[in-house]
Design a protein around this ligand. Structure first.
Ligand code: SAH
Length: 360
C-alpha cells in the first residue's frame, strides 16, 4: 500500500473525528471548525491555503493527512440547463454527478459508488457492475466540486442520492457523508434537503429507520408484484415487494412527509391499467407519493418508453384512487444525464472485485 493511501482524507472526516485527531497530536480542538470551513464552505483543496491556521498545524496536516478533491474531466450542458460532470477520483476511477436547476429547487444528483451491483434490467449504470464504493470524502467531494464550479456555495440546494450506485449498499460511507454535509460549520445542509433513493435493501433500510440524521426516502419499486419486479430488479428475489412495503409502513416519518415510490414505466411490461390498479391497492394506507419515470431509453436497454398517453392513463388511475402521483420529466436526456443513463465506460473490474461483487 502506498503512503498516500494510509493518510486519512481530511475531506472525509466528521468534525468530531477531526477534533479528536487534532487533540491527539497536541493541537486545539477548535481548529477543526476552521478546517471544516476551509474545506466545505470555501472549497480549498490544499492545506497551504488555510491561511488562518498556524504554520506548524498546516505542516502537520500536510504531513499526516491527505485532502482529496475529485477533478473535473468534462462538463456538458443540456439544452434544458441540466449539467453533467465527469469527475476523476484519486485512483483514476471516474464517476458522474449531475446538476439539475429549477425543479424548482437547485438539485445536485450525487453518486455513491463507481458502478452498481444491483443490475436493474433497464439501468445503464447497472451494466457496469460494481467497481468500488465511494468514500464519504468522495461523496461530499462531488458536492464541493459542483457547488464551486456552479458558483453555488452561498445558495441553497437539494441533494438526491440518485447518481451512480446504490446508497444503502455503501451504507456507512453514505451516512457519514450526510453527517458531514449537515455539519453547521460545513455546508449546514438540512436533512430534509436530501433524498436517498434505494432498491430497498431491507436490513439497511431498517438501520436507516433508526438514524438520528434522516434523509427523505425514495424507494425504487417499479412493479406491483414479485413476478414483475423480480424480472426487473434482481435483488427482489431476496427482499420482495411485501417485505419492502411492510418496512415502509414501519418507517418513522416526520409530520407531513411521505415516502416516494419511483416507478420506471416500461411499455408493455409494467404500464397496464391493471398494474396501476394493483399499485394503488398495494400503497393503500402508506404515507406515499408515486413518481412515475417514463423509461429513458438507451442502446443496450431492451425496453421501450411508453407513449405519453399510456403514462397519463397510468397516472390518472392512481390519482382517481387517491394516490399522490407525479411524472418525472427527465432532464438532460440529450447529454445522457437523465435517470439510469450514467455510465463511465472502460473501467475494468479486477478479479478480486468481481469476486467480492458475486459474494454480496
Ligand atoms: N440505486 C438507487 C439510485 C438509482 S437512480 C435506486 O435504485 O433507487 C434513481 C432512479 O432512476 C431509480 O429509481 C432508477 O430505477 C431509475 N432509473 C434507472 N434506469 C432508468 C432509466 N433507464 N430510465 C428511467 N429511470 C431509470
Amino acid at each position: 500500500m502506498s503512503i498516500e493511501a494510509i493518510r486519512p482524507d481530511l475531506a472525509g472526516l466528521e468534525r468530531a473525528d477531526l477534533e479528536a485527531a487534532l487533540e491527539a497530536r497536541g493541537h486545539a480542538r477548535f481548529r477543526a471548525r476552521q478546517i471544516f470551513r476551509w474545506i466545505h464552505r470555501r472549497g480549498v483543496t490544499d492545506v497551504a491555503d488555510m491561511t488562518d491556521l498556524p504554520r506548524d498545524l498546516r505542516a502537520m496536516l500536510a504531513d499526516a493527512f491527505s485532502l482529496s478533491t475529485p477533478a473535473i474531466v468534462a462538463r456538458e450542458k443540456s439544452a434544458d440547463g441540466t449539467e453533467k460532470f465527469l469527475l476523476r477520483l484519486d485512483d483514476g476511477r471516474q464517476i458522474e454527478s449531475v446538476f439539475i436547476p429549477d425543479t424548482p429547487a437547485m438539485t445536485f444528483c450525487i453518486s455513491t459508488q463507481v458502478g452498481c451491483a444491483m443490475a436493474c434490467a433497464f439501468c445503464l449504470t447497472g451494466k457496469m457492475g460494481l467497481v468500488r464504493n465511494l468514500t464519504a470524502g468522495e461523496i461530499v467531494g462531488q458536492v464541493r466540486v459542483l457547488a464551486g464550479a456552479l458558483d453555488m456555495r452561498e445558495r441553497p440546494f437539494n441533494i438526491v442520492l440518485m447518481g451512480m450506485g446504490e446508497p444503502l449498499h455503501n451504507y456507512d460511507e453514505t451516512m457519514k457523508a450526510l453527517r458531514i454535509l449537515a455539519d453547521e460549520h460545513g455546508f449546514a445542509l438540512a436533512p430534509r434537503r436530501v433524498t436517498l433513493s434505494t432498491v430497498g435493501l431491507l436490513p439497511a433500510l431498517e438501520r436507516l429507520a433508526r438514524e438520528p440524521v434522516m434523509p427523505n426516502l425514495a424507494i425504487s419499486l417499479h412493479a406491483p408484484t414479485d413476478a414483475q419486479r423480480g424480472a426487473l430488479v434482481p435483488i427482489n428475489q431476496k427482499y420482495g415487494v411485501a417485505d419492502i412495503i411492510a418496512a415502509c409502513r414501519r418507517f418513522p416519518l416526520k409530520k407531513r412527509s411521505r415516502i416516494t415510490f419511483e416507478y420506471v414505466l416500461l411499455a408493455g411490461v409494467n404500464d397496464s391499467p391493471d398494474d396501476a390498479r394493483k399499485l394503488a391497492k398495494l400503497l393503500a394506507g402508506v404515507k406515499s407519493k408515486v413518481n412515475l419515470i417514463p423509461l429513458n431509453a438507451a442502446a443496450g436497454i431492451p425496453f421501450e418508453r411508453p407513449s405519453d398517453q399510456a403514462v397519463d392513463r397510468f397516472a390518472k388511475i392512481l390519482a382517481d384512487r387517491g394516490v399522490l402521483v407525479s411524472v418525472r420529466r427527465s432532464r438532460g436526456r440529450d447529454i445522457r444525464a437523465a435517470c439510469g443513463q450514467l455510465l463511465v465506460e472502460g473501467q475494468r473490474k479486477s478479479p478480486a472485485q468481481k469476486l467480492a461483487g458475486a459474494m454480496q
